[in-house]
Design a protein around this ligand. Structure first.
Ligand code: NDP
Ligand code: ZN
Length: 353
């Protein structure tokens, strides 16, 4: 089969590989839609996970099942499915402990385009199919459903990590597609004021539509100073981090009230240490929690989050700015994700076989 791969650090290209084999609990799918992710850019161009050779990229999309293993109960060839970017081993001790995304080791629930071939190919392999696939809801556009792989579950996970509650004031640092879903997730969990940090006009427009009440630019000076000014020195209850770098935690801690929580979903591609300011961390006693997490995967979560689309609680079509036609276009899609033109939020490719 043909696939678009990371050939080595900083290089990509089309390669030929054997079609993956289907184990008893697995499924083999053909992609129906695919999306490129900022994480692919960190992985390929920042060597953020370490070197990878001839690894097919892509972890966001939908598929049509072409083969299932003998133990798979709920899926059959011809079924159209949503597929999460994170596909844990549900029969693992880590899953029993509530951290399925780390089954097999830290981050090892993230298999596609990390520790095995991803979805940018004629076929892709899904482990533990009954636990990791979900039926595509009737009538749902496959482009929209591709946002179910990563953007919605990750953005929403940020507000779960930050434990956003009714009435919380929240700062969402970064309003690319992930942060935008962070805004929407915070709204659905009951946030009051939401300060959204970003500069791209399209993103700002969608942030407002999703419920951001104020927009802040990191180009206008330190974020903590701006947020403290806007909140009359109070700071915010929660911070969601979906952009920035190692220094962002410095700003996030400085704008956070005592007892507050930072929920990070940013994939920090560079640098050795994140910065924690001693004094503003309450000299170690401020009850300011810093937490960060890989999105959880799993069928139950896919089904529950998809129900927020079908009941119009979240409209992911607002973040899709670029649509491509055909598998060949994943190359262009990755390139645009790398170049990040000002009008880009999220690209998606539709594949008609
Ligand atoms: P984008 O690059 O589209 O968005 C990044 C956002 O951060 C933009 O709004 C950008 O502003 C803003 N930003 C850039 N620099 C700074 C800065 N110095 N301070 C504050 N904000 C800044 O990324 P995505 O939304 O696609 O992804 C966000 C992150 O989430 C990525 O690191 C990605 O790899 C990661 N991720 C993590 C997952 C997980 O499971 N935890 C899953 C998927 C993705 P501007 O408007 O100016 O561009
Ligand atoms: Zn992704």
């Amino acid at each position: 089969m043909r696939g678009f791969a990371m050939l080595g650090p900083g290089t990509t290209g089309w390669i030929e590989k054997e079609r993956p084999k289907c184990g008893p609990m697995d499924a083999i799918c053909r992609p129906l839609s695919l999306a490129a992710c900022t994480s692919d850019i960190h992985t390929v161009y920042e060597n953020a996970l370490g070197p990878r050779t001839d690894m097919i990229l892509g972890h966001e999309g939908t598929g049509e099942v072409v083969e299932v293993g003998s133990l798979v109960k709920d899926f059959k060839p011809g079924d159209k499915v949503m597929v999460a970017a994170i596909t844990p081993d549900w029969n693992s001790v880590a899953a029993q402990g509530g951290f399925a995304m780390h089954s097999g080791g830290m981050l090892a629930g993230w298999k596609f385009s990390n520790i095995k071939d991803g979805m940018f190919a004629e076929f892709f392999h899904v482990n533990d199919a009954d636990g990791n696939l979900a039926h595509l809801p009737e009538g749902m556009d496959v482009g929209v459903a591709a946002m179910m792989s990563d953007m919605i579950p990750t953005g929403f996970h940020a507000s779960e990590l930050a434990k956003v509650e009714y009435g919380d004031t929240v700062c969402v640092i970064g309003i690319g597609p992930v942060g935008l879903m962070g805004v929407r997730g915070a709204v659905l969990r009951g946030a009051s004021r939401i300060y959204a940090v970003g500069t791209r006009p399209n993103c700002i427009e969608v942030a407002k539509k999703y419920g951001a009440t104020e927009i802040v630019s990191y180009k206008d000076g330190p974020l903590d100073k701006q947020i403290l000014e806007l909140t009359k020195g109070q700071g915010v209850d929660k911070v969601i981090v979906a952009g920035g770098d190692c220094d962002t935690f410095d700003e996030a801690l400085k704008m956070l009230k005592a007892g507050g929580i930072i929920g990070n979903v940013n994939y920090i591609g560079k640098g050795d240490y994140v910065k924690i300011p001693r004094a503003e961390w309450g000299v170690g006693m401020g009850h300011k929690t810093i937490t960060g997490g890989l999105m959880p995967g799993g069928r139950r979560r896919l089904e529950r989050l998809a129900s927020l689309i079908t009941t119009n609680r979240v409209d992911p079509s607002l973040i899709i700015t670029h649509r491509y036609d055909g598998l060949d276009k994943v190359e262009d899609m990755l390139q645009i994700m790398h170049d990040k033109p000002i009008d880009l939020i999220k690209p998606v490719a539709i594949i008609n076989w």
